[in-house]
Design a protein around this ligand. Structure first.
Ligand SMILES: C[S@@+](CC[C@H](N)C(=O)[O-])C[C@H]1O[C@@H](n2cnc3c(N)ncnc32)[C@H](O)[C@@H]1O
Length: 335
């Protein structure tokens, strides 16, 4: 086996965005959906997508060189196992993730030096408003964001369900639960449990059909609101996945204190996040931390940082439960 020399490794890292932006272009044009019925030439695809046939051919040839699409002898392109995930309608689709990452995220990453120099979000510099205020004003982007969250986090519910026993809990509140894919998976596993999806009003409105289609309409309520104002009262579990990492300590404390005020005495707080380990080992959360710096203005935290945050909000951190993935389940109770 030939090893990649350090200078070649670095070349690959430096030019990494070439492939991610090429994937973004193919995802935005819906190429994988067009190929779902069978192979097509670049000319046919260019007609369907109103693009330049020569340029589209070059895009698809480059992507085929990294196993996304494959070109046959008739110069037709077909789907590969990687390209299948760029279809809109497959379980675990990554199309929305590729579209979000290559668009607003990429523009914010272009201003990374601003964030490193100032500690402020480059998203706000580029788009002139915070990310979660930009989304309701751009419903098409907000819909892509909801789907991207399922694309990146969708499989996480399975690992959470493997690692945590919810059987004693009768009611669960999924705070910032997005399009409801997490809460519906939990409710499917626990047929006795009732749930409530809580998120911003525009998100809850889009989630409603998803909850109805899941057949859980009678067990899953929807409440629109802001966790900076208050959260619904009375659930056995206050569940937040990838919420606290979106915010700085001050805003996170507001959310946690609002949860504490709404929680019955014996209910549990569950925060699901990447807990940053010490040392130099690869850990995707260390790069996700940069996304948090650039875009919403939050951070990934260490176990000590979660302990301190929970204590300041009036909680006792009872356990940090590792899962098969990089995620941990941080459990807290009211002090
Ligand atoms: C990173 S996403 C996580 C979504 C989901 N929990 C998951 O794990 O896929 C953050 C969520 O927080 C919601 N959110 C942002 N600001 C909020 C607020 N002020 N009140 C309630 N939800 C909010 C967003 O709409 C979004 O659904």
């Amino acid at each position: 086996m030939t090893e990649t020399a350090p200078h070649q490794q670095l070349d690959q890292m430096i030019t990494g965005y070439w492939s991610s932006q090429a994937i973004y272009a193919a995802a935005s044009l819906g190429i994988a959906d067009l190929l779902a019925e069978g192979p097509q030439t670049a000319e046919q695809l260019a007609t369907a997508t109103e693009t330049n046939a020569g340029a589209l051919y070059r895009l698809l040839r480059a992507l085929a060189s990294v196993d996304i699409f494959i070109e046959n002898e008739q110069k037709e392109f077909a789907l590969t196992p990687l390209a299948e995930y760029l279809r809109s309608d497959v379980p675990g689709s990554k199309r929305a993730l590729a579209m979000m990452t290559g668009d607003e995220h990429f523009q914010a990453w272009g201003e990374i030096l601003y964030s490193i120099r100032t500690g402020k979000t480059s998203f706000d510099k580029v788009f002139e408003k915070p990310f979660f205020e930009y989304l309701p004003e751009h419903p098409d982007k907000a819909q892509i964001f909801d789907k991207a969250m399922t694309g990146i986090h969708g499989r996480e519910t399975d690992v959470i369900l493997q690692s945590y026993d919810f059987s004693e809990m009768k009611t669960l509140l999924d705070i910032g639960g997005g399009n409801g894919s997490n809460i519906t998976s939990i409710l499917h596993k626990y047929p006795e449990m009732k749930g409530t999806l809580f998120d911003l009003p525009h998100v809850v409105e889009r989630a409603q059909p998803h909850i109805e289609q899941s057949g859980l309409g009678d067990r899953c309520g929807l409440i629109g609101g802001s966790f900076f104002e208050s959260v619904p009262q009375g659930a056995d579990v206050y569940f937040m996945r990838h919420i606290i990492h979106d915010w700085d300590d001050e805003k996170s404390l507001t959310i946690l204190r609002n949860c504490r005020a709404a929680m019955p005495e014996n209910s549990k707080l569950l925060i699901v996040e990447s807990v940053i380990p010490a040392g130099n080992d690869p850990f995707a959360g260390k790069f996700l931390d940069l996304v948090m710096l650039l875009i919403p203005g939050g951070k990934e935290r260490t176990a000590e940082e979660y302990q301190s945050l929970l204590e300041q909000a009036g909680f006792k951190l009872t356990r940090i439960i590792p899962t098969e993935s990089e995620l941990s389940i941080i459990e807290g109770v009211k002090q």
